[in-house]
Write a protein that binds this ligand. Structure first.
Ligand SMILES: [Zn+2]
Length: 96
């Protein structure tokens, strides 16, 4: 569902929810039932969660100004996770 805005000459703007792409060109005003024309407005990005918008902005910024590094990140002083135990199936492989 998307929110579409319509404007009545007498009662001002009102919103109408409809599936995306199915907004009619005119909608009846809830105050006087006269056909009201659709207003084209900016998407309601202010209603999006800040964290999601920040992630989208950072992702878009990497396309134009990627972070350039001169070396790989330093290795940790010690390995935090223990090594996996050896796979017993590998012992059955033929040896040269
Ligand atoms: Zn009206």
């Amino acid at each position: 569902m998307a929110t579409y805005r319509y404007r009545c000459g007498s009662h001002g703007s009102f919103d109408l929810s409809a599936p995306i792409g199915t907004a009619p060109g005119t909608a009846p005003c809830p105050g006087c039932a006269r056909p009201s024309t659709r207003e084209y407005t900016a998407p309601m990005l202010g209603l999006a969660p800040r964290a999601a918008v920040a992630l989208l902005d950072r992702t878009a910024a990497t396309a134009e100004t990627p972070a350039v590094v001169s070396a790989p990140p330093p290795r940790p002083a010690h390995r935090r996770t223990p090594l996996a135990p050896p796979n017993p199936a590998l012992r059955r492989l033929p040896r040269p």
